[in-house]
Write a protein that binds this ligand. Structure first.
Ligand code: MV4
Length: 450
């Protein structure tokens, strides 16, 4: 097991990893930019090093500085968290070259699964359902037109190096396909330095359901059930929950087994999330693998009782998973809301600033993962997440009631937040009936914004 782990991240996920290290008796080495100097979570680490000015490119994204801090801090391993370098295969490769264990998947697996066309082919090979679409990259406009004629409109044009919705275009006829191909390729070239695009049949108003998986280096692969992340706006998740409401058990088992089967079929270890879309008839289709720990991992921790960060560290240290699939329950219902410092009435503009008052909710079944404190200044340099509020209760109705109670208790002044919007969503009959799809919030949001 490692003596010292460097956390190459900031905020709530850095704090989450520091806490896991402390419980495992592992020294934690934190890094911070000038914008994060003095943040209280840094005091929980055994050591902390300033790695540069606020801009992420000169601090949290700067591989040389992260590696240097790991050397100075004598860290045997690095936890990348999510975002920043978490899915940077080059960083994972450099860690291996420097004999620093990357607490995440091998860079080979990250690279393979990061190519969406290759991932689709691996899914097909593993007998995991994919959306009807192109076998590989689109080579010409005429090929795309022929494919679309076969698939039937609407089709979705996607960037093979993309993810999270970037570089996607819906085409409902040949003209939209022509313009969409150009637009998607240009956006992909600019964003990912890879203009490769592929086609899929567009599934209208799907649910976004993803499966948490963890694999050790001995070939054991276990899923930790599914999460429904359909309550999102412009690919920004607001609410995540486990289990997915209104998903029949037969579909739940099929989707979770498919996720584990896919991860088992590729050379992969550590945590990963297999993302699907689910149509109104509960048919599920593989979309992509997120080769990192995700923001919403706590809802899976709550319903299974498994500490995912602890298991990531143990797997990276070469330990076998201490549980089999039969040992992984899905108890009760967990819901997470992301509390962002943003102004929904001003098109969700970030609302950085100093928190002048903070009252954090508590009580049975309430978990608040956050690095903020009274007097803390939310930086304009990074994402505007204040924290994640997670509740866990025997039933979904109880979990919603608990979340509403916790949000009512939550007091925060000095910055605008998404709390008022979250309460309206949680009180909405469609949400309470578990009938939200990925486009619901965009269709409905005007009712929620004053
Ligand atoms: C889709 C889809 C419908 N049909 N693929 C969005 C980003 C990435 N996570 C995959 N995504 C989707 N892929 C097919 N063939 C719907 C989504 C999707 C989505 C699409 C448009 C607007 C919001 C969305 C939210 C979640 C998923």
């Amino acid at each position: 097991m490692f003596d010292r782990i460097l956390i190459a991240n900031r905020g709530e996920i850095a704090q989450r990893v520091i806490r896991a290290c402390r419980e495992l008796g592992i020294k934690s080495v934190a890094v911070f930019s000038e914008a994060d100097r003095g943040a209280h979570y840094l005091e929980l680490a055994d050591e902390k090093y300033c790695i540069g000015p606020a801009p992420a490119g000169e601090s949290y994204l700067c591989v040389k500085k992260i590696i240097a801090a790991a050397e100075i801090g004598s860290a045997q391993a690095v936890h990348p968290g999510y975002g920043f370098l978490a899915e940077n295969a080059e960083f994972a490769r450099i860690c291996r070259e420097c004999e620093i264990e990357f607490i995440g998947p091998p860079h080979e697996g990250m690279e393979k699964l990061g190519d969406k066309v290759a991932a689709r082919q691996m899914a097909m090979a593993a007998g995991v359902p994919v959306v009807p679409g192109s076998d590989g990259l689109i080579k010409s406009e005429s090929e795309a037109l022929m494919l679309a004629a076969g698939i039937g409109y609407p089709v979705l044009i996607k960037a093979t190096a993309g993810g999270g919705g970037k570089g996607m275009r819906v085409a409902r006829n040949d003209d939209e396909l022509r313009t969409g191909l150009k637009g998607a390729a240009q956006e992909a070239e600019k964003a990912f330095n890879n203009a490769g695009v592929y086609l899929e049949k567009y599934v209208e108003n799907p649910r976004h359901i993803e499966v948490q998986v963890i694999a050790d280096q001995q070939g054991n692969v276990v899923h930790l059930w599914e999460r429904d992340c359909s309550t999102q706006r412009k690919h920004q998740k607001l609410i995540e929950e486990s289990p997915a409401p209104n998903l029949p058990d037969v579909a739940r088992t099929a989707i979770c087994d498919a996720a584990a089967r896919l991860i088992r079929s590729v050379d992969y270890h550590n945590a990963g999330t297999v993302e699907f879309i689910v149509d109104k008839d509960n048919n599920f289709y593989f979309i992509e693998v997120n080769a990192r720990i995700q923001v919403e991992h706590p809802v899976s921790e709550q319903v299974t009782g498994i500490d995912l960060i602890e298991q990531q560290i143990r797997v990276a240290a070469g330990e076998e998973l201490p549980f089999t699939q039969a040992d992984v329950p899905c108890n009760g219902c967990a819901i997470e809301v992301r509390i962002n410092a943003e102004d929904p009435s001003n098109n969700f503009r970030p609302s950085p600033g100093t928190i002048t008052k903070l009252r954090i909710p508590g009580g049975r079944g309430v978990r608040f993962e956050s690095h903020v404190h009274q007097g803390y200044t939310i930086s304009p340099y990074y994402d505007s997440m204040v924290g994640k509020l997670i509740v866990h209760r025997p039933t979904r109705a109880q979990a919603i009631a608990c979340m509403l109670r916790a949000l009512d208790e939550f007091a925060i002044e000095g910055v605008k937040t998404s709390i008022p919007l979250l309460k309206k969503i949680l009180r909405d009959p469609t949400f309470q009936a578990g009938e939200v799809d990925t486009r619901w919030l965009e269709r409905t949001i005007d009712q929620f914004i004053p």
